[in-house]
Design a protein around this ligand. Structure first.
Ligand code: GLN
Length: 534
């Protein structure tokens, strides 16, 4: 097998320029030319993983098939590339230090002083190389989180410098993403911040090979030439990235800018055929020319930050395009919702989704949302905590189990219809101890869910501690809420439905994590269809 080639993506000037989207878009183009590509994210914070982070900090926590709690950029990688990522694809400073300190305690360093260079940088390099080893990837793209110049990203930048020296430039490329601000008063695009940011990289021993310039306005050729000259890169290696209406357009934009060709040339790889993007383009055409429009309420408690529900929003885009439907997502704060104002808040809504979440805040609002959907025959999708809310609502208002609750919120409830799993009861650590990753589920062949998937056995990703309490199963079935999917090993109820309702599905797992551009998730596809039919 040929040597694996590495591409590093760094960011300068400001954060949030879209390194994740750029990495995913470049990967898409290389994949569409027949290369096998994966993407890794290195995060400079000290948390071992983002599992313990409040969504307000960094947005949603994405979960991989192998049960890693990761940065939301991994969601973009999967949605663009349509191939699963794993634990190895996301590394934090916390994890690096944890490994090094464990080694130190074991005595692996044989009495040496343990230092940032070489011990931390060696561990970073090892984590980078692991992704490429043995998995038949031609190219590994590694995105360095944060902005060049941050104290905390220095060891990563130093590791990249060392790898370039070890592997040679033709095997190890650096793409630097910066911002070129536009000054409307003078009508100018300013390159100084980019020059400074490249200087910062140079001070750390890295000459970037390619510069991608984020801009609100198309750049004049002179601007690009100036950047090339002052930053010491070839003219065709200065790529512009103008704001576009959807992130899914970025690959086509990068194709126009020939980013993929420049990358392949610099890595000494064959250009091969033009990228095969027929399905991708079809997706975009449908996305931009919808025949239907619906409004779906997303009820959650982190709605102030749309990134907290990133995968759900993206799943609506994928499944919406599939149905040739524009899905307007109305974010509704669960703390502001109750039985009295539900009719008003939901008056223009075609479907209701109750979101995942942790903790008591806003829980009664979520239960009101379920009640409104159930009583008014509005298509309803409950995800994880959303499913648990549906179970609680049904217990209280249909089975007449007064005060029924999840023991997450009321550990003294008389009717603990959602309860902690036995194996969770002795766990005290919060990090990485939930029921995580993909589990099998067998669908009931009469169910809405079965119709959506078109098959009996599915596998979906989980992230929770609490479960449907089997003790009440008979009551539920008699009352009209059925288990539509069961875990074949643990026998846990993973899906509930109300067959009498138009479309009422609650899933203990997270379908949103596995929705991609080319494989929109069947539950989202079916849910949107039901909303259109309404
Ligand atoms: N808090 C619930 C649990 O731990 C649901 C978690 C979630 O929605 N991801 O079971």
């Amino acid at each position: 097998m040929a040597e694996v080639k590495y591409i590093f993506v760094t960011g300068g000037v400001t954060s949030s320029l879209g390194k994740g989207t750029l990495s995913a878009s470049l990967a898409k183009l290389l994949q569409a030319r027949g290369y096998s590509v994966t993407i890794q994210k290195l995060d400079p914070y000290i948390n071992v993983d983002p599992g313990t982070l409040n969504p307000y900090e960094h947005g949603e926590c994405f979960v991989t098939v192998d049960g890693a709690e990761t940065d939301l950029d991994l969601g973009h990688y999967e949605r663009f590339l349509n191939v699963p990522t794993s634990q190895a694809n996301n590394v934090t400073t916390g994890r690096i230090y944890q490994t090094v300190i464990e080694k130190e305690r074991r005595g692996d360093y044989l009495g040496k002083t343990v230092q940032v260079i070489p011990h931390i940088t060696d561990e970073i390099k090892r984590r980078i190389k692991i992704v490429g080893s043995g998995k038949n990837f031609d190219i590994v793209i590694t995105e360095i989180g944060g902005t060049v110049g941050d104290i905390e990203s220095l060891p990563y930048i130093e590791s990249v410098r060392q790898l370039r020296w070890e592997m040679g430039q033709q095997n190890c490329l650096v793409i630097h993403l910066t911002l070129v601000p536009y000054l409307s008063s003078t009508g100018e695009s300013k390159t100084k911040p980019t020059q400074h940011s490249v200087k910062e990289l140079l001070e750390n021993g890295i000459q970037p090979d390619i510069l991608v310039l984020r801009t609100v306005k198309t750049l004049h050729e002179d601007v690009k030439r100036k950047v090339a000259l002052f930053c010491n890169v070839e003219e065709d290696a200065v790529v512009e990235s103008v704001d576009v209406s959807t992130i899914y357009e970025v690959p086509l934009y990068m194709l126009e800018e020939k980013l993929d060709q420049t990358v392949l040339r610099k890595l000494n790889l064959a250009q091969r055929d033009e990228p095969e993007l027929t399905d991708w383009k079809r997706f975009l055409t449908r996305l931009k020319n919808p025949k239907h429009i619906i409004s779906v309420a997303l009820v959650g408690k982190y709605v102030e930050l749309a990134d907290a529900y990133k995968s759900i929003s993206e799943a609506f885009i994928h499944a919406g395009s599939y149905n040739e439907c524009k899905v307007n997502v109305a974010f509704i704060h669960s703390e502001k919702l109750n039985d009295e104002n539900a009719a008003d808040l939901f008056k223009d809504i075609d479907g209701i989704l109750v979101a995942p979440g942790f903790g008591n805040r806003g829980i009664e609002g979520k239960i009101s949302a379920v009640k409104y959907a159930r009583l008014n025959n509005i298509p309803f999708l409950g995800i994880c905590l959303g499913m648990q809310c549906a179970v609680i609502e049904f217990a209280r208002n249909v089975l007449e189990l007064e005060g029924a609750h999840s023991t997450e919120f009321d550990d003294k409830t008389k009717y603990p219809v959602i309860d902690l799993m036995e194996e969770q009861k002795s766990i005290t650590d919060k990090g990485g101890t939930m029921r995580l990753g993909a589990y099998k589920c067998i669908l009931n062949s009469d169910s809405t869910t079965y119709k959506a998937y078109g098959r009996e056995e599915i596998e979906e990703r989980h992230r929770h501690r609490f479960e449907f309490n089997d003790r009440f199963l008979e009551d539920y079935i008699k009352g009209g809420m059925i288990p539509a999917g069961i875990n074949p090993d643990s026998k846990l109820v993973e899906i509930i439905e109300i067959p009498e309702h138009k479309w009422f599905v609650g899933v203990q797992f997270h379908p949103e994590y596995s929705s991609t551009v080319l494989n929109p998730h069947p539950l989202f596809v079916s849910f949107i269809k039901a909303c259109i039919d309404k």
